[in-house]
Design a protein around this ligand. Structure first.
Ligand SMILES: [Zn+2]
Length: 503
C-alpha cells in the first residue's frame, strides 16, 4: 500500500541485501485508449485520473534513506557510493556514508528507473499470440481470425467483466518487476497513475505529452467540426502546451508504411516534438530527414520481428543522431518489459549489426533517451541530485561493466525498484529496511522471493487497495491464459526471432 508516508518511522539501521490498424482494430484502440483527447490534454490538472503522484499536491513520501552500491551517473559509474534519497528526490550522491538515516547495503548497481518508450499496457494480460504467419504492414493482422481468438476475445472478456483497472495494474506490475518506472501507452482512467508513471498523463504537475494510435493518413481529418489531429498538435505546439506526441509510423515493411514519413511531412508534423513508434519500413533517406528535424523514434525489435520478420535499421538512425528509445510494445507480440526487450535488442545488434551499438547506447535507450523524447529529462532519466528518485538496483556480477550487467540482468537480479523514492518492488530485506514491512506481497521471482507493493490508499485511484493476488485471480477467471507477472521464460524472443535473419 502506498500513501503519503514518513520514512523516518523506519528503523535506523544498515542492512545487507544480498500497429496502422484496420477500422475494426482502430475502433478497438479508440475504445481502449479513450482516444487522444483524454490522453495528454496539454494542461496540468488534478482530476481523478491525474491526482495520485501527479506532482501537483503534497509529496507522496517524506524522510531520508541511502542506498550503498555502484551508482551509474552521467559522469560515469561511481563505485561504492551512497545515493541519498530525501522525500521524493535524490539529495546527494557521495563517497561518505551519511548519518542519521537508514542505509541499505545493496552490493549492487544502482541505475535510473527504466522508461518504456512504448506499450499498450491494458493488453499485457494476453500472452504472445502466434498468428501463424508474418505480415507486410499493421493493416493486415488485425483482420486475422487468430487475432480475434487470441487477442480480441480475451481483451473483450476482461473489458466485459469490468476488469480494465485490474488489467492495467497487472500490466504495470509486469513492467515494475523489470525496473520500469515510467511507460508510454496507458489509457487515461482513474486506475492509471497508481503504480508506474504514465508518461502521457500528468507528471511533475505538467501534462505536455499526447499520443495517437491511429493511421497517419487520417491525421488531417476533421471529425464533428473539431480540428484535425494534425491541426490540434500544431496549435498546441504554437501555444507551448506540447513537448512530445507519439504516433505509430512505418510499422511494417512495405511501401504503404514507407510512405508515412511523407504523410507526416505533408501535415507539417515533421517537428522535434514528434516521437515515431517502430519505423521498421524507413530507409537511409527517411532517417537522414528525421535526424535533421530532430524527431525521435521508438524501437520495438521483438514485436517487429514477430509480426514482420524485420526491424528498424537502428544503426542508420544513430548515424543521423536520432534519439532512439526502446519500447516493449505489448505482450501479444512483445516482451514482458524493457529489461527483457534489452536482451532482444542486444541479440539483434550482435547478429545483424556486428555490435555497432554500444552497451551504453542500449542502456541510454531505456533511461535518458525516452526521458528526453518525452521531455521528462529535467525530472528523471539519470541519477543526478535534484531529480526524482526513480531507481533500479540490480545484482552486481563478478565481471563486466555496469551497462552489460543491466543488459544481461535476469528477473531475479532485480533487487529494488523505487518511484519518487517509494520502494515498490525488491528483496524483502530491502523493502523491510525501507519501511515497507507488512505492506507488500511476496511473489516468486524465478526461484527468489521478492516483495511487491501494488496497493495504494489514495481515494482518487480506483480499487487501489486490491492486492496483486486478487487482481491475478479475477483476471484469470476471464482470461485463463493470463500472462505471469514474472516471466522467467525466453519463449517470446524465441518465437519472434524464428526464421528471421536475427535467429
Ligand atoms: Zn503500439
Amino acid at each position: 500500500m502506498r500513501n503519503r508516508r514518513n520514512l523516518t518511522t523506519a528503523l535506523f539501521s544498515t542492512v545487507v541485501l544480498a500497429a496502422c490498424l484496420t477500422d475494426e482494430a482502430q475502433q478497438a484502440f479508440e475504445e481502449d485508449d479513450n482516444d487522444d483527447t483524454l490522453v495528454g490534454d496539454g494542461k496540468a490538472d488534478a482530476t481523478a485520473s491525474n491526482g495520485y503522484r501527479s506532482g501537483c499536491g503534497a509529496a507522496i513520501r517524506t524522510g531520508s534513506y541511502a542506498l550503498h552500491g555502484d551508482v551509474v551517473t552521467p559522469a560515469g559509474v561511481k563505485a561504492a557510493y551512497y545515493l541519498v534519497v530525501k522525500d521524493e528526490k535524490i539529495a546527494a550522491i557521495q563517497a561518505t556514508k551519511p548519518t542519521a538515516m537508514t542505509v541499505v547495503e545493496t552490493n549492487g548497481i544502482i541505475f535510473p528507473g527504466l522508461i518504456d518508450g512504448h506499450g499498450h499496457v491494458e493488453y499485457n494480460h494476453i500472452p504472445i499470440a502466434d498468428l501463424g504467419k508474418r505480415y507486410q504492414n499493421r493493416d493486415q493482422w488485425p483482420g486475422a481470425s487468430l487475432y480475434q481468438t487470441l487477442v480480441k476475445d480475451p481483451k473483450n472478456a476482461v473489458t466485459a467483466a469490468g476488469l480494465q483497472c485490474e488489467a492495467i495494474r497487472h500490466g504495470e506490475a509486469r513492467g515494475l518487476v523489470g525496473g520500469t518506472t515510467g511507460i508510454q501507452g496507458t489509457p487515461a482512467t482513474s486506475c492509471a497513475k497508481s503504480l508506474v508513471r504514465n508518461v502521457e498523463l500528468t507528471n511533475f504537475c505538467q501534462d505536455h505529452v499526447r499520443q495517437n494510435v491511429m493511421t497517419i493518413a487520417g491525421f488531417g481529418r476533421s471529425i464533428s467540426g473539431k480540428p484535425s489531429f494534425a491541426d490540434s498538435i500544431k496549435a498546441d505546439i504554437a501555444a507551448k502546451k506540447l513537448d512530445a506526441f507519439a504516433v505509430h509510423a512505418g510499422e511494417g515493411i512495405d511501401a504503404h508504411e514507407l510512405a508515412e514519413w511523407g504523410q507526416l511531412k505533408s501535415f507539417g508534423l515533421n517537428v522535434p516534438q514528434l516521437v515515431m513508434i517502430h519505423t521498421a519500413a524507413f530507409t537511409d533517406t527517411e532517417y537522414k530527414e528525421i535526424g535533421a528535424v530532430g524527431a525521435k523514434i521508438v524501437w520495438s525489435p521483438l514485436s517487429n520481428l514477430l509480426l514482420y520478420g524485420k526491424t528498424a535499421d537502428v544503426p542508420t538512425a544513430l548515424k543521423y543522431n536520432i534519439n532512439v528509445s526502446l519500447g516493449s510494445d505489448w505482450a501479444p507480440s512483445g516482451s514482458a518489459n524493457v529489461l527483457a526487450e534489452l536482451k532482444v535488442a542486444d541479440h539483434v545488434n550482435q547478429k545483424l549489426w556486428a555490435s555497432k551499438i554500444t552497451d551504453q547506447q542500449l542502456v541510454d535507450m531505456v533511461t535518458i533517451n525516452p526521458a528526453k523524447a518525452y521531455a521528462l529529462d529535467k525530472f528523471v532519466g539519470t541519477l543526478e541530485v535534484g531529480k526524482y528518485a526513480d531507481l533500479l538496483v540490480i545484482a552486481k556480477p563478478a565481471t563486466g561493466t555496469a551497462y552489460r550487467a543491466l543488459i544481461n540482468a535476469r528477473p531475479q537480479d532485480v533487487q529494488l525498484v523505487t518511484i519518487s523514492g517509494d520502494p515498490l518492488f525488491g528483496t524483502t530485506t530491502a523493502m523491510d529496511a525501507l519501511g515497507k514491512m507488512g505492506d507488500y506481497e511476496v511473489i516468486d521471482t524465478c526461484g527468489s522471493p521478492r516483495a511487491i507493493d501494488v496497493t495504494v490508499g489514495a481515494t482518487d485511484v480506483t480499487r487501489g487497495t486490491e492486492k496483486l493476488a486478487d487482481i491475478e485471480s479475477k483476471l484469470k477467471a476471464v482470461n485463463p491464459k493470463l500472462t505471469p507477472v514474472i516471466d522467467c521464460t525466453n519463449d517470446a524472443a524465441t518465437k519472434a526471432l524464428h526464421g528471421t535473419s536475427a535467429e
